[in-house]
Write a protein that binds this ligand. Structure first.
Ligand SMILES: Cc1cc2nc3c(=O)[nH]c(=O)nc-3n(C[C@H](O)[C@H](O)[C@H](O)COP(=O)(O)OP(=O)(O)OC[C@H]3O[C@@H](n4cnc5c(N)ncnc54)[C@H](O)[C@@H]3O)c2cc1C
Length: 428
């Protein structure tokens, strides 16, 4: 075969699809027994076959690549939603998420308390403009936020990306990049991967351990098989990429770029509750909390008035995600506090991405040296090309960035082919 793509997440599938359109012979090697990577959806854990999106959920306004892909592939989106209301002057700022339902210390703040906190943060943003590289708690301290405002403001680090506040720069929050206007995939996030995979040759349970140059091309070794190719697209997340052996070894600049891109840690907790319409009515757009579950939102109510509520859980080293019952209990308490209802949970799931060997975490945290880092992460090393959300010049960390990166890597392979063909013609 002419090209092997490693990883059947959105990036790898987008690369394989485009290469196939170019007429390339492509095989995708996927470590897991399923495709989709961090966009995985399960359908057998909730009642009525309701989808549970374990990873990616939202498509944001401006993410034109994924919106276009959904249109082309005939994928339905949920009705348009917003996660947070804007500030009273109509602007969306890092204070806006605090205008959603706010649960502090297990108690929902009433509207006046909540507005006071949000107004305090907004006034501080105007009076003490954050530096883009300043971390969230560093700015909160410099802006002299009150203890309660500091606490809820820092909890925002828990949802984009899911991580520790001290490792997120203010540029991630101000202005908010996500949640202004967004959609979800109506039939579950993995419907994107399933549609992209149509007609591709994908081999499951084939974790690539070694990529070795040999005469005339590359040899890839998995636990059970050996494949040869002229080019390879490595479309694996940062940490799993660092586990693949390369012979010859990757150059120092590439390894350093990967090492400088840690992955955020944590996961998701998902519960299905009765009284869906009432929960959705009382919850509003979303709820932000300083507890173990930092942000919750609901899918539109489903059969028999059930609702699926999804929550992001940063890995704060407290082991919540490793204990499903504990994680679901934390979700129940937050849903209860946010809605004032004693929510009856019918089913639930906790997904810990930190412990997923072939994910290595939630998303890349492109903390330093932006935008030089993505371009180094994206740069090919001879016939070894790189894709994945972390390599995207635009919308890195998200599904849109992943699709862009896959298409970019496919173009690179195609260019190399043309170059080789013209070199051969010139020699003749
Ligand atoms: C909890 C959570 C919430 C998120 N929320 C959003 C959101 O709301 N909106 C959004 O746009 N994005 C979101 N994301 C991010 C989104 O899921 C990723 O950006 C996207 O999945 C990245 O695609 P990818 O193809 O780069 O990587 P992945 O989806 O991780 O795919 C990589 C694939 O490579 C495979 N692999 C790894 N190592 C090997 C190996 N050695 N051999 C073979 N195969 C291998 C993996 O099994 C996987 O299938 C979220 C992610 C998580 C975890």
């Amino acid at each position: 075969m002419s090209t092997i793509v490693i990883g059947a997440g959105p990036a790898g599938l987008a690369a394989a699809r485009k290469l196939t359109r170019y007429g390339e012979d492509v095989v995708v090697l996927e470590a897991q027994p399923h495709i989709g990577g961090r966009t995985r959806t399960v359908r057998d854990r909730l009642r009525h076959g309701q989808p549970a999106d374990l990873g990616g959920s939202f498509i944001d306004i401006g993410q034109d690549k994924i919106i276009q892909a959904c249109a082309e592939l005939g994928l339905r989106l949920t009705p348009q939603m917003a996660l947070f209301p804007p500030d009273p002057d109509g602007r969306l700022t890092a204070a806006s998420p605090l205008r959603a339902t706010l649960v502090v210390d297990g108690r929902r703040l009433d509207d006046a308390e909540r507005d006071r906190v949000a107004d305090e943060v907004r006034a501080a943003l105007d009076a003490v403009p954050p530096s883009p590289t300043e971390t969230i708690p560093a700015w909160a301290a410099r802006a002299c936020l009150s203890p309660v405002a500091r606490r809820v403001f820092c909890s925002q680090a828990g949802f984009n990306p899911v991580h520790e506040a001290a490792q997120i720069p203010m540029s991630m929050l101000q202005p908010p990049h996500v949640g202004r206007v967004c959609w979800m995939l109506a039939d579950g996030t993995d419907s994107l991967a399933s549609a992209l995979a149509g007609g591709l040759d994908i081999r499951l349970r084939q974790p690539v351990r070694l990529v070795r140059r040999a005469r005339g091309g590359l040899v890839l070794e998995t636990d059970t098989d050996r494949f040869t190719a002229r080019d390879v697209v490595v479309a694996t997340p940062v940490t799993p990429t660092l586990r693949i052996g390369f012979d010859p070894v990757l150059p120092e600049w590439k390894v350093n770029a990967l090492l400088a891109t840690p992955m955020a840690q944590g996961g998701k907790v998902i519960g299905q509750y009765t009284n869906g319409s009432e929960i959705v009515g009382r919850l509003g757009l979303s709820a932000v909390s300083d507890g173990p579950v930092s942000l919750i939102w609901a899918r539109p109510p489903g059969p028999e008035d059930t609702v699926v509520v999804l929550g992001l859980v940063p890995d704060r080293g407290d082991g919540v995600l490793r204990d499903e019952a504990r994680a679901l209990d934390a979700l129940d308490r937050l849903v209860g506090a946010a809605t004032g209802l004693r929510a009856e949970r019918l089913a639930g799931i906790a997904q810990d991405w930190t412990r997923e060997q072939f994910a290595g975490g939630v998303v890349s945290a492109l903390l330093g040296d932006f935008p030089r880092l993505p371009s180094l992460l994206a740069q090919a090393v001879g016939p070894v090309h790189f894709a994945g959300e972390h390599t995207a010049e635009m919308w890195a960390t998200g599904m849109d960035g992943a699709l862009r990166s896959g298409e970019r890597a496919a173009d690179e392979v195609f260019q190399r082919r043309r170059q080789r063909a013209s070199n051969t013609a010139a020699v003749r």
